[in-house]
Design a protein around this ligand. Sequence first.
Ligand code: DAH
Length: 357
Amino acid sequence: MTDLTTLEADVLAQVAAAGDLAALDAVRVSALGKTGSISGLLKTLGAMSPDERKERGAAINVLRDRVQSALNDKKAALEAAALDARLASETLDLTLPAPHRRRGSVHPTMQTMDEMIAIFAEMGFAVAEGPDIEDDFHNFTALNFPEKHPAREMHDTFFFNPKESGERMLLRTHTSPVQVRTMVSQKPPIRIIAPGRTYRCDSDATHTPMFHQVEGLVIDKGIHMGHLKWTLETFIARFFETDAVTTQFRPHHFPFTEPSAEMDVQCDRSGGEIKIGQGTSWLEILGCGMVHPNVLRACGIDPDEYQGFAFGMGVDRLGMLKYGMPDLRDMFSSDGRWLDHYGFSAFAAPNAASGLS
Ligand code: DAH
């Protein structure tokens, strides 16, 4: 009969001698595996008398448990040693120069948009959004564009093929439809800006088929042109980072505002480059006005109770002016050299605390 004490000493010695996890597993299989030495002992129990089996069985079980626990301890020790060895070999020399990687940058349009959002957010405006693909109601009809009016053509609209119903969806020609969506879904007081992409079939040095606008809308009781003027002048001074800018409001026509105006800022064009806040020239910056009563009505707001002002401006254009880019088309030509030159660090998000640009 196999001597259990000798077998135990033998197996435990093998466990202690195992130098790695593979060797340890081989020991486990040779002792506790299906045909292992200890498993083999258990098979001999069947031929024994009950008393003998009881005594011998208990002793074999004790042996098996001891071996199993020795295997577990050794496994934990080998794993810890392997981890220590790995940690010791994987060192990182932090004094080495970082490898050169091409860094992405923030596109000037997005930088400009973020700056605008930061300024208006500080003034208490929320950001609203709407779809790029619009219907005629939101882009034109609710904004008081008369049916068949040339103003609809004025926007050089990209239309989709008509649906079966005859309705033609379109790429929004301005962000003004977000005004409509906001007024329909929210109760006044309303104070939102709507930044986003807009589309018109037009392309030259100052026009691209896709461009960006920021729309503004304020609806409350007793709103008047004075509120509009202060808001826009404050915005422009903050945006161009000057103490004060002189503005002028020229009467204009937009179907969705009455009265309507275009706002110009004083600038100097004498040096070949446009400088804001000085000089004797004027530069048109944006369109604005008091929300037309028909627009309020179309959105379920009573114009006798509520008034509002709205404005819309081109983000890319304002970015060009602020950062001195001569041609709007460069903005969207995906030229890496241009982006290297004009792009902004992704780590310097504009905000009121640390500055805009
Ligand atoms: N939607 C106008 C455009 O794209 C810009 C505009 C002008 C928006 C006056 C307004 C506004 O909200 O009041 O030409």
